[in-house]
Design a protein around this ligand. Structure first.
Ligand code: NAD
Length: 248
């Protein structure tokens, strides 16, 4: 049997990057995945592979209530949605600051709040439910240049995760945060392409990875599977760093 056999798992931002990789990995382990993304077109390929999909912009509170409420009780939730705003404090304008909070942490509150009653029912029925929240090594784990709004919101993700873990540990609901290093995803490729010197930007990203390469999405997906599975049943409230050695 798969490691997530029989579990109902909702994933946000599953259209590409780590969310997509996690959706495929969870489905391969027997989960009944609901893969969601703001961009419905990005979900077509998952649907063609037999994975249930739904368009969901996590910043739309009404849509969150409808999609999460309509998903049935969840055993697992992977809050993967997030955006990267570049810039030091002096370059960060208020609109970007607010957009970062809206997507990276306010939406996580709304999605998790909407899923909570079902997660608690499943925890009571089966003894286990699990939330995985996407943070980053750029957070309270480590400061990075030009990640002011981003790092602030990802630190908030870790604080939110620990508070959920503390409040519901006795109910059987666990929560952990994932802190990846630099991962080769479409949005990273976009950040590289937007740099003044893209080839140099790519070399710089790789240079800060002691393991000498960017992460592949499948360097992260197994950790998501583990955290959503009962194999991690004695673990909650942790910020799990998978960063190619950056924080050694
Ligand atoms: P990505 O950035 O290439 O893709 C992100 C996906 O999120 C897209 O499919 C997009 O449509 C979706 N999305 C954006 N806003 C949304 C919204 N409001 N509602 C629903 N979906 C929305 O993929 P990625 O790089 O794997 O990033 C996923 C998460 O991982 C983000 O939270 C990001 O901050 C985090 N992260 C990325 C890296 C990295 O190096 N790539 C490192 C650490 C953490």
């Amino acid at each position: 049997a798969g490691r997530l056999e029989g579990k109902r798992i909702l994933i946000t931002a599953a259209g590409q990057g780590m969310g997509r990789a996690a959706a495929l990995a969870c489905a391969a382990e027997g989960a009944r995945v609901l893969a969601t993304d703001r961009d419905a077109g990005l979900l077509e390929d998952l649907a063609a592979q037999g994975i249930e999909t739904a368009a969901l912009d996590v910043t739309d509170a009404g849509a969150v209530r409808a999609v999460v409420g309509g998903a049935g009780d969840l055993d697992g939730l992977f809050n993967c949605a997030g955006i990267v705003v570049n810039g030091a404090l002096g370059d960060t304008v208020e609109a970007e600051w607010h957009a970062s909070f809206d997507v990276n942490i306010h939406a996580m509150f709304h999605v998790t709040r909407a899923a909570l009653p079902g997660l608690l029912r499943r925890a009571e029925a089966t003894g286990a439910a699990s939330v995985v929240n996407m943070a980053s090594m750029a957070s309270s784990v480590k400061g990075f240049a030009n990640r002011c709004a981003y790092g602030t919101t990802k630190a908030a993700v870790i604080g939110f995760t620990k508070s959920v873990a503390a409040d519901y540990v006795r109910a059987g609901l666990r929560a952990n945060a994932l802190c990846p290093g630099t991962v080769d995803t479409p949005s990273l490729r976009g950040r590289i392409a937007a740099a003044a010197d893209p080839a140099q930007a790519e070399r710089d990203f790789i240079a800060r990875q002691p393991m000498g390469r960017l992460a592949h999405v499948n360097d992260l997906a197994p950790m998501v599977v583990y955290l959503l599975s009962d194999e991690s049943r004695f673990m909650s409230g942790q910020a799990v760093v998978v960063d190619g050695g950056v924080t050694i």
